[in-house]
Design a protein around this ligand. Structure first.
Ligand code: GLU
Length: 554
């Protein structure tokens, strides 16, 4: 090792630092079965959890779990400017809500689990500095005292000369400074950044293999990038190198905004003499706007944040199903064949992950959530509704708690082993769909039967109600009930069957369906509802008659 480099390293890092060899031993290769994937989600805690972070975490979690590997959480909090109080907690809570349990990582109580930590980058400062110092000793890194003004002036010059911006070749002004020159600047009280002495050539190309994007060649990077900022905090590039090496990550699965740094990252691993992990860059979730696609923006799109989905009341399992649907095109056909199987049973394959951005489509999300909800048991629906209402709708919470039996009857309508009613896609729909069962909500519903059914004369509506009030007996079963309504229809000169009416429309005033519609609208305030007989059963004979009479008296 060059004497000057050793002196330089001591000058720059006089403080005691961990021994890098000992670090290597402290975090040994993991003893895992062949093919086990060790991966992580590494969000920057900014006080906002992007749905894309959940998407990435889900993919990482799934790949690790299904290979008997390790999924860990690392909090990348090196950007102190963006630090927000409670941000770490938000990430930890977010993962917990989505049940993406990590094997290792920081915990809410401030401790951590796992032997490869600390898992919060701000607690790893010494580790980064130890390696930066080693690199200075080995001549792989050097200090740079260029001021922001100098660097800006350099970029302007590069722009004028139509050259690439960056700190390379003749622009790498501190690359070959002597120990004396460094000392002079230090004596002036200046603090340097530490830069990577990059041996790359922009004319050369590096072969890369990305597990999503496939094989490709990228130009080598020749920038002497900053690895340690002047406050001793690493840049993303250096932290990624050190952390994913020491934490023995086998697969770096991350957003494809990092793909353009891949050449540099491979160069860093090479410089360190370490085997690089495998990389999979996943396409971001996009949104369609004016016929063109763009990334979901935290600033512009409320649906970029997970709280949006929570507030709307999408069920967690449904959101996860949806994210798998957009991640892997084979998931949806699998789900169709296995509607009630946990997605844990599905084998996600990296090669199926889409190369281009998945599109966020609310129609599809609702559809997937409806299917998900239809597979829940009545008790689960009640429980999940209550959990949601407890946070987001206290009026609903009250209704749910005070009328548990009624809700269980409501949720049980049209549910048997073969058929599950598919109407709800989110908990926030409960009041608008089923609120009519409750008098306080029913009384406030504004609906006008005449507007709903303009083709049926008022007199018919009145008589239909009067007749039903006289003849209703819900205890006799559905068939008797149906027969009775058909009789009422016939007595009012409406066809007993829709098809009879269609064959001879002139013979009738209308058909049986219009008569049931009168009752449906009066009882529910809506033109669409679950099966009318079941609704009447849940409401009960008395309440049905009360509402019909109320109409007659209105
Ligand atoms: N902190 C980086 C980000 O949030 C992590 C990228 C990675 O997974 O390496 O984008």
């Amino acid at each position: 090792m060059n004497e000057d480099n050793l002196k330089l390293a001591e000058l720059l890092f006089p403080n005691p630092l961990p021994n890098t060899e000992e670090l290597e031993n402290k975090y040994p290769q993991r003893n895992l079965p062949e093919g086990a994937i060790v991966t992580r989600v590494a969000p920057s805690p900014t006080g906002f959890m992007h749905i894309g972070t959940v998407y990435t975490a889900l993919i990482c979690w799934k790949l690790a779990k299904q290979s008997s590997g390790i999924f860990f959480l690392r909090l990348e909090d090196t950007d102190k400017k963006r630090e927000v109080e409670g941000a770490n907690q938000l990430v930890i809570d977010g993962l917990e809500t989505f049940q993406l349990d990590y094997d290792e990582g920081p915990l809410l109580n401030g401790s951590q689990k796992g032997n490869y930590g600390p898992y919060i980058q701000s607690l790893r400062k010494d580790i980064y500095q130890a390696f930066a110092k080693k690199w200075v000793m080995e001549g792989k890194a050097y200090p740079c005292f260029a001021s922001p003004e100098e660097l800006e002036e350099m970029t302007n010059r590069q722009n004028q000369m139509k050259l690439r911006p960056g700190y390379y070749k003749e622009f790498a002004i501190w690359r070959n400074k002597s120990l004396e020159e460094v000392k002079e600047s230090l004596d002036k009280g200046l603090t340097p950044v530490i830069r990577f002495r990059n041996e790359g050539h922009s004319a050369k190309r590096i072969k890369v293999q990305d597990l999503v994007k496939g094989k490709s060649e990228l130009p080598e990077n020749d920038n002497d990038i900053v690895i340690l900022k002047s406050d001793g905090i690493p840049t993303y590039h250096f932290a990624h190198l050190i952390d994913d090496h020491l934490m023995r990550t086998t697969h770096v699965i991350r957003g494809d905004e990092w793909y353009s740094s891949l050449a540099l990252h491979l160069q860093l691993f090479k410089a360190a003499g370490w085997e690089a992990p495998k990389y999979a860059h996943i396409a971001p979730i996009q949104k369609l706007e004016n016929d063109s696609r763009r990334k979901l923006s935290k600033r512009k799109d409320p649906e970029a944040g997970i709280t949006y989905y929570f507030e709307e009341g999408f069920p967690i399992g449904g959101i996860l199903d949806y994210l798998l649907t957009i991640a892997d095109s084979n998931f949806e056909p699998w789900r169709r064949k296995n509607p009630s199987t946990s997605f844990n049973e599905y084998n996600l394959e990296i090669k199926h992950l889409g190369k281009s951005g998945a599109l966020l489509d609310f129609q599809k999300l609702n559809h997937v959530c409806t299917l998900f909800m239809s597979q829940l048991t009545v008790d689960q629906i009640y429980q999940f509704s209550l959990e949601w209402a407890n946070k987001y709708d206290l009026e609903l919470k009250d209704l749910l708690e005070k009328n548990k039996d009624l809700w269980i009857s409501i949720f049980s309508m049209e549910r048997d082993n073969l058929n599950q009613r598919k109407d709800l896609s989110k908990w926030s729909m409960l009041k608008s769909y089923y609120g009519f069962f409750f008098d306080p909500i029913y009384q406030n519903l504004e609906f006008n039967l005449e507007e709903f059914l303009p083709n049926v004369e008022k007199q018919v509506k009145i008589e239909a109600c009067q007749k039903l009030i006289k003849s209703l007996n819900l205890d006799l079963g559905k068939e008797v009930w149906l027969e009775n309504i058909k009789n009422i229809a016939e007595g009012l000169n409406f066809a007993r069957e829709v098809k009879d009416y269609k064959q001879e429309p002139d013979k009738y005033l209308g058909h049986f369906g219009e008569i049931t519609q009168i009752y449906r609208i009066i009882l529910t305030g809506r033109a669409q509802s679950p099966d009318l007989y079941e609704i009447m059963k849940v409401l009960g004979q008395e309440k049905v008659i009360e509402r019909l009479e109320k109409y007659l008296n209105s």
